[in-house]
Design a protein around this ligand. Structure first.
Ligand SMILES: Nc1nc2c(ncn2[C@@H]2O[C@H](COP(=O)(O)OP(=O)(O)OP(=O)(O)O)[C@@H](O)[C@H]2O)c(=O)[nH]1
Ligand SMILES: [Mg+2]
Length: 367
C-alpha cells in the first residue's frame, strides 16, 4: 500500500514525513520544492500485533507496512510546473491513499499567507486542484475518443461507446465539483478507469498541522470550519503538531513512550495518521502467528478466507481445504491460539468465510 502526502507549499509535509518514518530529511531544503520525492516504508502500528509478538516471541516479526511518498507534488506552485514535466501529479498518481496536510500554525519565519491563516480555504483549494486535474484528464480522453469516432456510426453496444459514456459520467461529476469517489462504478467501469489513476477517486484523510502553542480554544477558532467541512465530506480529520511529532519520532522507543506518558498521550499522533489511512482504504489485517514468525497481512474488508490464504501463498488458495480461525477477542480470552483451540474457541471455516479484522488464521491445504 502506498500513501502520498499532498498539500500546499510549506505546510509541513516533509515534517510529517519525518514524523511518520522516524526520518530526518531536511525540511524546506531548496524551498522544499524538489522534483524528486522522499520515499519511506513504515510499519503499520497495531497493538494486537505487538501482543502476538509478546505471546509467541517469534524469531521473525513482520508487521503490515505502508509506503509513504512526500514531495512528489506540492500543490499550488504553478511557477514550478515545468520542472516537474507535463504531468504535475505523476508522482502521486500511483498511490492508493492521499494524506492531505493543511497548515494551521503561525510561523513568522515563513512568508505571510495571502489572506491569513485559513485551513478550510486551503483544503478546498487543494481539493479543487485535484478535481481540476481529473477533469483535464477526462477531457483529453474525450477529445481523443471523439476524434476517433468522428464521421462514423457508433454501435451503442461497442466498447468505444461504453468508454465514452463512462467519461461523460465522470466529466459531469467533476463539473459539478464533486469528487469521483462519491460515484458508483460497475466492475467493467472500474476496470476501464484503472489506468487513469484519477486523484479524486483515492481515499483521503486530512491532517491539520497545528502550532506548538495551540490550545483547545485556539483550535476551535481556527478549525471549526474545517471540522464541519470534514464531517460533511466524510473525511477523517487528524489534528497534530507535526514539528513535535517529528522530534518525538527521533527518540529511542522507550524514551518516546516515557515522554508521551509524561504528556498524557497514549499514542503518537503519527500512529493515528497511518491507522486512519488504512481505514480510509477499507483495509483490515489478519495474522499468522507461531514461534518462527508473527506476521500481519493486509486485505480489503469483505475478502474471503480463500483470498486471505492466497495472500500468503497461491498454493494455499489453490489447495484450500479449511481455515482454522480464532477471532481476536477469543485469542485475548484464551491467551494463545492453542489454548483457544482446546477451549473450543477455534472455528473451522470454508472458502467463503468473510475475514474479520484481527482474525488469526491457520490454513489447512493440500496441493
Ligand atoms: N511552528 C511550526 N512550524 C512548522 C510545523 N511543521 C512545519 N513547520 C515549519 O514550516 C516550514 C515548512 O515545513 P516543511 O515540512 O518543509 O513543509 P513542506 O510542506 O514539506 O514544504 P515544501 O516541501 O516546501 O512545500 C519549516 O520551516 C518547518 O520548520 C509545525 O507543526 N509548527
Ligand atoms: Mg517538503
Amino acid at each position: 500500500m502506498k500513501a502520498g502526502i499532498i498539500g500546499l507549499i510549506e505546510v509541513g509535509k516533509t515534517t510529517l514525513f519525518n514524523a511518520l518514518t522516524h526520518g530526518s530529511v531536511p525540511v524546506a531544503a531548496f524551498g522544499g520544492h524538489r522534483p524528486e520525492a522522499n520515499v519511506g516504508v513504515i510499519a503499520v502500528p497495531d497493538t494486537r500485533f505487538n501482543r502476538l509478538v509478546e505471546v509467541y516471541k517469534p524469531k521473525k516479526v513482520s508487521p503490515a507496512s505502508m509506503e509513504v511518498i512526500d514531495g512528489a507534488a506540492p500543490i499550488g506552485v504553478e511557477q514550478h510546473k515545468d520542472t516537474f514535466g507535463t504531468d504535475f501529479f505523476a508522482g502521486i498518481r500511483a498511490v492508493s491513499a492521499l494524506i492531505h496536510v493543511v497548515r494551521a500554525f503561525q510561523n513568522p519565519a515563513l512568508p505571510e499567507m495571502e489572506g491569513g491563516l485559513n485551513p478550510l480555504r486551503d483544503v478546498k483549494k487543494v481539493n479543487d486542484e485535484l478535481m481540476f486535474a481529473d477533469l483535464q484528464l477526462v477531457e483529453t480522453r474525450l477529445e481523443r475518443l471523439d476524434k476517433g469516432l468522428r464521421n462514423r456510426k457508433v454501435d451503442p453496444n461497442s466498447p468505444q461507446a461504453f468508454e465514452r459514456d463512462l467519461m461523460v459520467k465522470i466529466q459531469t461529476q467533476l463539473e459539478a465539483e464533486r469528487p469521483l469517489k462519491e460515484l458508483e462504478f460497475s466492475p467493467d467501469e472500474t476496470r476501464l478507469m484503472k489506468s487513469f489513476d484519477f486523484l479524486t477517486l483515492k481515499p483521503m484523510i486530512i491532517v491539520a498541522n497545528l502550532g506548538e502553542d495551540h490550545t483547545p480554544e485556539s483550535d476551535e477558532e481556527l478549525l471549526s470550519g474545517l471540522r464541519e467541512y470534514c464531517s460533511l465530506e466524510k473525511l477523517e480529520l487528524i489534528e497534530l503538531v507535526a514539528s513535535v511529532e517529528a522530534e518525538v519520532a527521533q527518540l529511542p522507543a522507550e524514551e518516546e513512550i516515557e515522554y508521551l506518558q509524561a504528556m498524557g498521550i497514549d499514542e503518537p499522533a503519527r500512529d493515528k495518521v497511518v491507522q486512519s489511512a488504512y481505514r480510509a482504504l477499507g483495509l483490515i489485517s489478519f495474522f499468522t502467528a507461531g514461534e518462527d514468525e508473527v506476521r500481519a497481512w493486509t486485505i480489503r474488508k469483505g475478502e474471503k478466507a480463500v483470498d486471505a490464504a492466497g495472500e500468503i501463498h497461491s498454493d494455499l488458495a489453490r489447495g484450500f481445504i479449511r481455515a482454522e480461525i480464532v477471532s481476536w477477542e477469543d485469542f485475548l480470552k484464551a491467551g494463545s491460539f492453542e489454548a483457544a483451540k482446546s477451549e473450543g474457541l477455534m472455528r473451522l471455516e470454508g472458502k467463503d468465510y468473510v475475514m474479520q479484522d484481527g482474525d488469526i488464521m491457520v490454513v489447512r491445504f493440500k496441493v
